[in-house]
Design a binder for this molecule. Structure first.
Ligand SMILES: [Zn+2]
Length: 70
């Protein structure tokens, strides 16, 4: 039974990791950065909508991590 609970713990940890791949972007046609935090300095200038997207999608769109978060 101990193996089973370890297995469950492993899956739960995996789910948590997947959720952390969500990033924030400014929905502007000129925005080339993604942000780990919605309250990031780099997003404070955003005059468009701030949207939550998957990091993989952001990378596919050619976006890179914002300079404030390096
Ligand atoms: Zn940022």
């Amino acid at each position: 039974m101990k193996t089973l609970s370890l297995l469950i713990l492993f899956f739960l940890t995996n789910i948590t990791c997947k959720e952390s791949t969500t990033v924030y972007i400014c929905n502007s046609p000129n925005a080339k950065r993604y942000h780990n935090s919605s309250s990031c300095k780099g997003l404070s200038n955003c005059t468009y909508k701030i949207v939550k997207i998957d990091i993989e999608k952001a990378k596919k769109d050619g976006k890179t991590l914002c300079g404030w978060e390096k």
